[in-house]
Ligand binder design. Structure first.
Ligand SMILES: [Zn+2]
Length: 161
């Protein structure tokens, strides 16, 4: 599945101006739209082992909403988090940058990305990008300070700064 949630919201918000990447946190009504999109895709989660469905929705710098749900695997280690689906849909629908993100669990509580997904997200969002937590928005930079980034090795095998 892809595109149905973002397409629906795109029609509901004609003429919506793209937000500056990570510049200002979404207004409460924008968070509500993202939470609703995350709930919708959460209900399509494949989570028969944990029975812990998760949906995630992100706003992009072009104003699109991209979504994803967790996809478990019997091996457990190969399970994909909902944020993986968000990033796949981000690039499958035109790329860009994420400007806001929310993940919700089965109880509709905003949950924060796991450590692996924080590292995945930093390549597609700015440190100032807000992520909805149960206490309100916090930034991706607060969630993952001192992010690892690929740099060219130096002649002596140490990474350049
Ligand atoms: Zn994750």
């Amino acid at each position: 599945m892809s595109g149905t949630v973002s397409g629906r919201h795109a029609r509901e918000e004609p003429g919506r101006a793209p937000e500056a990447s990570g510049a200002t946190p979404p207004a409460d009504e924008d968070w509500a739209i993202l939470v609703a999109a995350a709930r919708t895709v959460r209900d399509r989660s494949y989570s028969p082992y944990s029975r812990y469905p998760v949906g995630a929705a992100a706003r992009t710098d072009s104003g699109r909403i991209v979504t994803g749900c967790n996809v478990e695997n019997a091996s457990f280690g190969l399970t994909l988090c909902a944020e993986c689906g968000v990033l796949s849909q981000l690039h499958a629908t035109g790329g860009g940058r994420i400007t806001a993100l929310v993940c919700v669990d089965a109880a509709d509580v905003p949950i924060l990305p796991c450590g692996r997904c924080r590292q995945l997200l930093v390549e597609h969002a700015d440190p100032e990008t807000p992520v909805l937590s149960p206490e309100g928005p916090i930034t991706l930079g607060e969630l993952l300070p001192h992010q690892w980034k690929l740099t060219e090795p130096t002649q002596h095998g140490r990474r350049a700064r």
